[in-house]
Write a protein that binds this ligand. Structure first.
Ligand code: BDP
Length: 702
């Protein structure tokens, strides 16, 4: 009797406890029960069952996800059946090779038919994306009744680039170690791989480069190909192909050859045999990503060959296999007068010389993933070569996992930038999706911010960057604010006022970060090597272009890098319309001013303030805007999971503290050169330049 009572009490307590603390693991695929009864009933009427032929692993993944999602959202089991038969009120999955000529192979359509909702497309992958789109519809509170949707991806290859190493570390990773457990593979498949694949599929990512661009040759060994094949097996039902970053000198290191010269017959043969070996293990292998002759990596230039010689040799090694080569344009030689121009000078002359299977992968900006960069001048300058846009989701230069920075607006800003390559409207997005130059191949890559942390991204809001990347990769026309709203609703809360507050906070976060770190077009003044915190005084490093003074050029007259004709003339790499926009210091948008001009401290800007006063104002108001971020987050508190609330609140405290480092370090350092007073109403920092130097230098110690 007693035992029964204890048991009953236990059951009651268990039932009363919240379903699950929100540790962030479920990402935006939480599928918690819809709270609003009318809304739930409406969905329940339209989703009484899922009918799927289940004839392929991808279709089985799609129906399993619908079942899991709808059952969670409705709080009741939703059966999967083979066919709808005469039943109505359900979801029907249908692969139809003739679905709609307007749809691309991965494009889906959802439409009502005889009281059912049909999800269709030309391939099973299209249906998978449609299934996630339908779930998103429910998760964001949109009605299902009469739903009619259709969407095709604008870019073919939508890839995550993992900078993960064989020893489990992640280059520039701030969310724990690698999610890939190489030593356990291929025998043990961590269930986490499947959840990762589901998350990627839900936002349309269809390819994964599993290893660091500073690649280990190990991945090309038979043993590691087997491990990668095991991962490919997990990703395949979710529509994702695996790719490998390759170490250029692998034929020497692994193959025992005397050279890695791309024109050497033995080298060619080695790569061709290696490709065959990979495709035998991974029939849908995506291809190779290559960082060559950059930052100490070997490459074809070691043998006086060009990037094109190297890339084409690899493309030919792929032979009849359905794969591509993505060759990175991130190169800059030591000693160049302006690093900004280097990639352009090396790659632009090679336009038209690449094999049709080669894409050139270009970072969004000419330097290196700064919080704001002008678009890379190669976009629009290589019409005969498909270009991959590479953006960085891991926040190497954006405050690691402690600063809240939603990257939707950054990615969108690049996509929307007009190159004027073929007249107005030749945006980076349209160069990349192939529509400006009629390329069949198109690709976009995000350097992943994912690690072994329970919540995947360290900073909970880092998840929004993974999410936004996928959504924009699928459709670059989407609005980053709408994406932020979607993510917030699916991930954090459905309470309308809180959704608005958080969406607003996300929307402002990137410009706030720019304001207190590198306003007005300042760039590359962060801590040496670790790339964390301010170090504007850095004057000596392994190379001049790793210092800060190389970029800001502060002197008694003014601040900024003159890239006009009187300076490095990097501006001339852009089309005349762009030059016109940025070329005149009086009219150049303030966000890009110091990227292109050396501006006198006392020069009046369009804001009515002098450069010095504007700079100081931005540092002060930027750092104070973190207080606003904190206020917004606090306002949303009642609608948030307490643990999640506390996690982000604590990170915001760190962010505030470090925003003050940035402010004080930069204001005091530049003041020591500008010899100008801190403008009213701001109070001078209470610490000295020496104090703040000492503090941030700590981060450089081993
Ligand atoms: C830089 C990173 C470095 C990367 C490099 C790259 O600091 O770790 O290897 O980019 O993209 O931003 O190759």
């Amino acid at each position: 009797m007693l035992l029964r009572n204890v048991l009953l009490l236990f059951l009651c307590l268990a039932a009363a406890a919240p379903s699950r603390a929100d540790d962030g693991y479920r990402l935006w695929l939480k599928y918690d029960r819809v709270a609003n009864t009318a809304e739930r009933q409406q969905v329940a009427r339209a989703a009484q069952f899922v009918a799927s032929p289940g004839s392929t692993p991808v279709l089985r993944a799609a129906s399993a996800e619908l079942q899991r999602g709808l059952s969670g959202l409705l709080g009741q089991a939703v059966p999967v059946v083979a066919t709808a038969g005469s039943r109505t009120g359900g979801i029907v999955l249908r692969v139809d090779a003739s679905a709609s000529p307007a749809l691309k192979a991965e494009g889906y359509r959802i439409f009502p038919e005889k009281n059912n909702l049909v999800i269709t497309g030309r391939t099973d992958r299209a249906v998978l994306y449609g299934a996630f789109a339908l779930l998103r519809q429910v998760q964001t509170g949109q009605p299902l009744a009469g739903l009619s949707l259709s969407s095709s991806p604008r870019i073919n290859f939508r890839l995550l680039n993992h900078w993960d190493n064989p020893n489990g570390t992640v280059e520039r990773g701030y969310a724990g170690s690698s999610i890939w457990k190489w030593y356990e593979l291929p025998e043990r498949l961590d269930p986490r791989y499947t959840d990762y694949a589901r998350a990627n599929a839900s936002i349309g990512i269809n390819g994964v480069v599993v290893n660091n661009v500073n690649a280990s040759a190990r991945y090309l060994s038979a043993e590691y190909i087997g491990k990668v094949a095991a991962l490919a097996g997990v990703l395949r039902p979710y529509g994702q192909r695996v790719y490998l970053s390759v170490f250029w000198a692998a034929p020497k290191v692994l193959g025992g050859l005397a050279t890695a010269d791309p024109l050497d017959p033995a080298v060619k043969q080695w790569w061709a045999a290696k490709s065959d070996e990979i495709y035998k293990a991974i029939p849908d292998f995506g291809g190779f990503l290559v960082k060559a002759n950059s930052e100490g990596e070997p490459g074809p230039q070691d043998y006086n060959r060009t990037h094109a010689d190297g890339a084409n040799m690899l493309a030919q090694a792929l032979g009849h296999h359905d794969g591509v080569v993505m060759w990175r344009a991130f190169v800059y030689q030591a000693g160049s007068k302006d690093r900004f121009k280097q990639a352009y000078e090396e790659f632009q002359p090679l336009d038209g010389k690449f094999d049709p299977k080669v894409l050139v992968q270009v970072k969004n900006g000419p330097i290196d993933f700064m919080a704001r960069e002008p678009f890379h001048p190669l976009f629009g300058a290589m019409p005969r070569t498909p270009l991959v846009l590479e953006v960085q989701l891991t926040q190497e230069y954006l405050g690691f996992a402690t600063h809240l920075v939603y990257l939707g607006p950054l990615i969108k800003e690049v996509l929307e930038a007009d190159t004027y390559a073929k007249g107005p409207g030749s945006t980076v997005a349209r160069v990349v999706d192939g529509s400006v130059d009629n390329h069949a191949l198109s690709a976009i890559a995000g350097v992943a911010n994912i690690g072994s942390d329970r919540n995947w991204t360290g900073h909970p809001v880092g998840q929004a960057n993974w999410y936004a990347f996928g959504r924009l990769a699928w459709d670059h026309e989407l609005d980053p604010a709408a994406i932020a709203r979607e993510w917030t609703r699916m991930t954090l809360t459905t309470e309308p006022a809180a959704v608005r507050t958080i969406t607003d906070l996300l929307g402002q976060s990137r410009s706030i970060y720019v304001r207190y770190t590198m306003p007005l077009g300042l760039h590359h003044i962060m801590g040496e090597s670790i790339h964390y915190g301010p170090q504007p005084w850095l004057a000596k490093s392994g190379r001049p272009d790793w210092t800060a003074v190389y970029y800001h050029k502060a002197d008694s007259i003014g601040l900024g890098f003159d890239r006009t004709a009187t300076g490095s003339n990097a501006l001339a790499l852009y089309k005349p319309e762009v030059q016109k926009e940025w070329g005149n210091a009086q009219t150049c948008p303030l966000n890009y001013l110091l990227w292109f001009h050396h501006v006198p401290w006392t020069q009046k800007l369009s804001t009515g303030r002098t450069l010095w006063n504007e700079l100081a104002t931005r540092y002060y108001t930027g750092a104070d805007s973190v207080l606003w971020l904190q206020k917004q987050w606090l306002a949303a508190r009642p609608a948030l999971d307490p643990a999640l609330y506390a996690d982000v609140a604590a990170r915001l405290q760190t962010q505030r503290k470090e925003a003050l480092w940035w402010r004080d370090a930069c204001v005091l350092y530049f003041q020591s050169i500008a010899k100008q007073p801190i403008p009213a109403p701001f109070a001078p920092p209470t610490r000295s330049l020496a104090d703040i130097k000492q503090l941030v230098q700590l981060y450089q110690l081993k």
